[in-house]
Every structure is written in C-alpha cells, then in structure tokens.
Write a protein that binds this ligand. Structure first.
Ligand code: ADP
Ligand code: MG
Length: 251
C-alpha cells in the first residue's frame, strides 16, 4: 500500500522550474531515495512534500488525503516529519533535552507552542522522557545523552537531528542529506540507524549523495535531473540505467 503519492508536482521560482511535473508513489514501510545532481530540485521536492512550500501545480497525497496547502505543523502532526539540511539543534541544550523538545514540536500547534507550556504539555513531557531515552538508545546515542549539543562532533550532531525528528513520532520521515560531511564510520553508523528506523515500520524518504549508502538502504530510487524525474526503480535497475549513468552517476 502506498502511504504517499506525489502527483504531477511542479514548483516554479519566478522563471525557474525547480520541480517539473514529478510523480511517484512511496510504499508504506519502505526506504525510497531521491537522487540527482546539485540543484536538481531534491530539497524543493522535500519542502513541497512537507508543505514548507506550496506547489505551483500538482499535489501530494498522504494516506489518500491531499496535504498540499496545509500548514507544515499540521502535516507534521499527521506524521510527515522532516529534518533539515542545515543542522537545527539547540546548541546550549543536552542531547536528551533536544529530543524532548523535538517531541513537543511534534505535538504542539506550531513553533510558538513550545514556549506556551500548558499543564497538559508538561504532563505529556514527563511521559515522553522515557521514550526520549529509548530513541537515544536505538539510535546509538545513549552515551552522549547528557552532553551539550555544542560539544558533539559533526556526525553525532547530524544523528541527533534524526533523533529530534524521531521524537515527533513520524510515520513518514524525510531525511535531506543525512550523511553529508560524515566520514565512512559515521556513515556506516547512520545507515544502521536508518535501517533501525525502517525496522520500526517507519517509511523513510531520503535525499542523499553517498551512492554506496543509497544503494545499500533503498528499496526504490527516484532520479531527478533539472527538476524532472528521469528514472525510477530498484537499486539494481538504477545502477544499470543508461540515462542515469549519463546524467548523474557517470559524472
Ligand atoms: P537540490 O536540493 O537538488 O540541490 P534545490 O531543490 O535546493 O536542489 O534547488 C533546485 C533549484 O531551485 C536550484 O536552481 C535553486 O537555486 C532553486 N531554488 C531553490 N529554492 C529556491 C527559492 N526559495 N527561491 C528561488 N530559487 C530557489
Ligand atoms: Mg538539496
């Protein structure tokens, strides 16, 4: 069953068509990666899916319901949660407290909700603290639980970004270049993390440049170039696709 349907999605910025009539389905419980050269429109596509941008035309359907045009926090509450390409972590807080905040971001009506702490929100936070430790544990971050985020090495900071997104209890997790700037060991650990997330039944949509990692963890791959989808298939099919090799892999 498909959890997400991207239907003829197009986004123009002035005269530039960043995403051009892109369609694909994401099966529930799978990992689907979107690959393509720099500037191909991958991040724009993610912002359209998470409703941070409104499409010029086309739509996104989540569990059958059109979600394009909804406010991003409402889409997040339905279960579509994204991390950001930039690291968005509260640097002066511990890893643990960042995850607790991530949970509130998933629960509350918007960014302001975090600061308007109601009694109900505080009770919910108390309940969530145990889950926060569980998330840190299955993402392999327990040993840095009490470290201030600013003291964490880059790879851990990026992993913490994923933990924060997981705290919002996503059903569909969007990861934009989660392995960027990671060394081989960090990438291996992060791949294991994504596999762990998938095992928990969460659908993952991934934009990533690291082909070794993409080929390892993806069930399907969508390739975009200059805003348009040029190929889609299993890792084996994509590896053998001449148009893809020409547009991207052969660079
Ligand atoms: P990718 O993530 O594949 O590298 P992006 O989606 O970030 O590509 O960008 C696709 C194209 O859209 C690029 O040419 C980029 O400069 C342009 N673009 C992205 N965001 C905006 C924006 N907010 N305003 C104008 N142009 C944008
Ligand atoms: Mg990008």
């Amino acid at each position: 069953m498909s959890i997400l349907k991207v239907e003829g999605l197009t986004k123009q910025f002035g005269g530039l068509t960043a995403v051009n009539n892109v369609s694909f389905d994401v099966e529930e419980g799978q990992v689907l990666s979107v690959i393509g050269p720099n500037g191909a429109g991958k991040s724009t596509l993610f912002k359209l899916i998470s409703s941070f941008l409104t499409p010029t035309s086309g739509q996104v359907r989540y569990k059958g319901e059109v979600v394009s045009g909804l406010k991003p926090h409402l889409v997040a509450r339905k279960g579509i949660v994204r991390t950001f390409q930039e690291t968005t972590v509260f640097k002066e807080m511990t890893a643990f407290d960042n995850v607790v905040i991530g949970h509130q971001l998933g629960q509350n009506a918007g960014p302001l909700g975090v600061f308007l702490s109601t009694r109900a929100a505080r009770a919910d936070e108390a309940r969530f603290r145990e889950s926060a430790d569980e998330i840190l544990e299955y993402l392999g971050l327990s040993h840095v639980r009490n470290e201030l985020a600013r003291n964490l090495p880059h790879g851990y900071l990026r992993s913490l970004g994923i933990a924060i997104a997981m705290a919002a209890q996503p059903k569909l997790l969007l990861l934009d270049e989660p392995f960027a700037g990671m060394n081989v060991d960090e990438t291996d650990r992060a791949v294991t993390m994504v596999e762990g997330i998938r095992r928990r039944g969460i659908t993952v949509l991934l934009v990533e440049h690291d082909m070794r990692a993409v080929m390892r963890i993806s069930d399907r791959i969508v390739v975009i170039s200059f805003g348009s989808k040029i190929a889609e298939g299993t890792p084996e099919e994509i590896r053998a696709n001449e148009a893809v090799i020409e547009a991207y892999l052969g660079q």
